[in-house]
Design a binder for this molecule. Structure first.
Ligand code: PHE
Length: 453
């Protein structure tokens, strides 16, 4: 099919893929995890997992996507000798639905906070109560979630070059610029030394099995790997794109953005007395408004700029990621049912609205509908980050390393021998052995623990 669309440039590829990777996972989830799991030690384990597990899976996804040139379900159908491999593709599409459903809820909160920041309505007075009242309301979070999904929809229906690539190339540089400004602001605050120490001085006694597991889940989530998202993007790459180089760029940008988000948040948090770093999911919605109003009480204009830029940053990051999740499903629905992109995307968006509403309501009227103590929102999050992504990661690397012909793998990695890839053998070893075994071990450990509990 030639009318699938294609990324026009290398910059477009890196910006779109990094856009998928950089998201709420970096700016909201990463600092939360760092705060709860002991700071620098967590970051160290995280970086090891990015290098040895998540990056090889990303390269595998790129290979599967580009060599098949189709959506993730059909990619396995086309490349795999056995039919059951398609299950991994279906799991990816399922995860694409589940992830964006809960993601759009948090993105909706972000949108609301950005609107409030612009209108100068963010208040440091009892921000916890304000946040809880908002998320447990029925209509208001639904409204913001729907607007966010609509924004995502409007980009996806424009296709690859004119939609995803174009807007990623616009939003990502803006996002990086905002990050640099905010890091500068935050580092000039009074608590910056403590914040920096928290981020850079590892206390290895804090590395428990739970920390290891969280770090792996975070690495997969943050790099968008394991569910065929980057494979879907890679199906629009041209044949002369350097897959390994692009993966290295995306991993580097994503990790730097995550760490810089730490440098924005923690120096600020340490600058205000009585605020704790392990505030959990409320860190950016409850702790930060408090920080903004206390730290900038003498300079309200600066506080206004800082908070507006911060929520804008979070929103842009969420949007470039949600587009990529939407695309997993849109590509599949349109190619499988032979629908135009517009029709397929509309159907997919409608499903998101329904599933997203269930996630949103699980903070309010549906909060008592739980299974094993977890709400719909918790289940969607848990099922994807803890199960589908690692299982997908194991099978995707196994597939690229063992099922695809070795020649096809190296041809894809070197563009038929025209590129010289340093460390190619090491990379192939990581794909064949280290990634599947490493992810498998951490995953099994978690399953055993679940059963024991
Ligand atoms: N990587 C994104 C983030 O960090 C989340 C994501 C997961 C995007 C899976 C696409 C697929 O926020």
């Amino acid at each position: 099919m030639n009318n699938r669309g294609r990324f026009g440039s290398r910059l477009g590829v890196v910006m779109a893929s990094a856009g998928s990777a950089v998201g709420l996972g970096n700016i909201w989830r990463f600092p939360t995890e760092v705060g709860q799991n002991g700071g620098a030690a967590f970051i160290l384990v995280y970086i090891v997992f990015v290098l040895f597990l998540a990056m090889p899976v990303m390269v595998s996804e790129f290979v599967i996507g580009r060599s098949s040139g189709t959506n993730i379900v059909h990619a396995f159908r086309k490349l795999a000798p056995a039919k059951w491999w398609m299950i991994i593709g279906f799991m990816g599409v399922l995860a694409g639905f589940l992830v964006l459903s809960f993601y759009s809820v948090v993105a909706g909160w972000t949108l609301k906070y950005m609107v409030d920041a612009v209108a100068n309505r963010i208040s440091g007075n009892d921000p916890g109560q304000i946040f809880n009242a908002f998320v447990s309301d029925t209509w208001s979070p639904l409204f913001y979630m729907a607007i966010f999904l609509l924004l995502t929809h409007l980009v996806v229906i424009r296709g690859i070059g004119g939609g995803i690539e174009r807007y990623s190339k616009l939003m990502m540089p803006l996002l990086l610029l905002i990050i640099f400004i905010l890091v500068g602001c935050s580092l000039s605050m009074s608590g910056s030394v403590d914040g920096i120490r928290f981020l850079l001085q590892p206390d290895l006694t804090k590395v428990t099995p739970d920390v290891i597991l969280s770090a792996m889940g975070q690495a997969f989530f943050s790099l968008s790997v394991g569910i065929g998202c980057l494979a879907t993007y890679a199906s629009y790459f041209s044949k002369n794109m350097n897959l390994v180089g692009s993966a290295v760029h995306v991993c580097t940008i994503d990790t730097l953005v995550a760490i810089m988000s730490g440098f924005i948040i923690f120096p600020a948090v340490f600058s205000v007395e009585g605020v704790s770093v392990d505030a959990g999911a409320g860190l950016v919605f409850i702790t930060l408004p408090h920080v903004f109003s206390s730290a900038f009480s003498h300079m309200p204009l600066l506080g206004y700029i800082f908070s507006t830029l911060f929520y804008l940053l979070l929103l842009l990051a969420a949007l470039t990621s949600s587009i990529s999740m939407h695309e997993i499903c849109t590509a599949y629905v349109s190619e499988h049912y032979n629908l135009t992109r517009k029709r397929a995307a509309t159907l997919v968006t409608l499903v998101y609205l329904v599933l997203g509403a269930a996630c949103s309501l699980s903070f309010g009227p549906w909060k008592d509908y739980t299974l094993a103590g977890m709400t719909v929102f918790d289940w969607f999050d848990f099922a994807t980050a803890m199960f589908i992504m690692p299982i997908g990661g194991i099978f995707i690397s196994l597939f690229a390393g063992w099922v695809l012909e070795r020649k096809l793998l190296t041809d894809e990695l070197t563009n038929n021998g025209t590129l010289k890839i340093r460390g190619l053998k090491v990379l192939v070893f990581l794909i064949r052995w280290v990634a599947p075994i490493g992810v498998g071990m951490v995953f099994l450990d978690q399953v055993v623990k679940l059963i024991e509990n």
